[in-house]
Design a protein around this ligand. Structure first.
Ligand SMILES: Cc1cc2nc3c(=O)[nH]c(=O)nc-3n(C[C@H](O)[C@H](O)[C@H](O)COP(=O)(O)O)c2cc1C
Length: 188
């Protein structure tokens, strides 16, 4: 489908989407670092920067355990990614108190990474479908750092690169209109 904005917006926003078709080619470390650099400049509560990324480049030994942590439906296409990335958040502060905006801040970092991925011409796809304990071990997460999402990043592939069952939904999705999720406060 064509994504038609209802209000003027930079074309980058509707252009970003989550493809599953990936070419199965390696991602250069420098390409990935560009995406992580974009994430670096995200805002966070108190500038706490609680996001933690652990990445596994294709054709390195870390890739297999990262892939194995995904649910089968995600493994079915993400095995062709050039890198699999865990985005975790440091949910405990140094003083032992909870960092209340950690997940929110990590979400901002994800979006910066995803938008830079679009600008870089890469396919970037977030996944909540993974085994949290498996990825904790694979990514050697410290206590107080909680997995948020895994991210597949790769060179765009072809429809044929996907299992047949996943081909039909390989297209950008629509959204609710702004008016459906934003309303003006009623003044009393
Ligand atoms: C937190 C989060 C978890 C997601 N989990 C999965 C997942 O496990 N598998 C999958 O194929 N897509 C997953 N997605 C992709 C969403 O389905 C997708 O972002 C949504 O349908 C909107 O489509 P778009 O990103 O193409 O605009 C996830 C996205 C987010 C932000």
């Amino acid at each position: 489908m064509d994504r038609i904005p209802g209000h003027p917006v930079d074309p980058l926003f509707p252009r970003r989407w989550s493809p599953r078709a990936m070419a199965g080619t390696p991602l250069q470390r420098a390409q990935l670092l560009t995406l992580l650099e974009a994430a670096r400049w995200s805002p966070s509560g108190g500038n706490g920067q609680p996001w933690r990324f652990v990445y596994a480049l294709r054709d390195t030994p870390a890739f297999a355990p990262f892939l194995a942590a995904l649910v089968p439906g995600n493994q079915a296409w993400a095995h062709r990614a050039g890198a699999l990335v865990l985005l975790a958040a440091r949910t405990l502060r140094d003083d032992g108190k909870p960092a209340l905006s950690a997940a929110f801040d990590a979400g901002a970092a994800w979006m910066a990474l995803a938008l830079q991925g679009t600008i870089s011409g890469l396919a970037v796809h977030a996944m909540a479908g993974f085994d949290r304990e498996a990825i904790r071990i694979a990514a050697a997460l410290a206590a107080g750092v909680e997995p948020q999402v895994m991210i597949a990043i790769g060179v765009h592939g072809r429809l044929e690169d996907l299992p047949e069952a996943q081909r039909a939904r390989e297209q950008p999705s629509d959204r609710l209109a702004v008016e459906a999720f934003a309303s003006e406060a009623i003044s009393s």
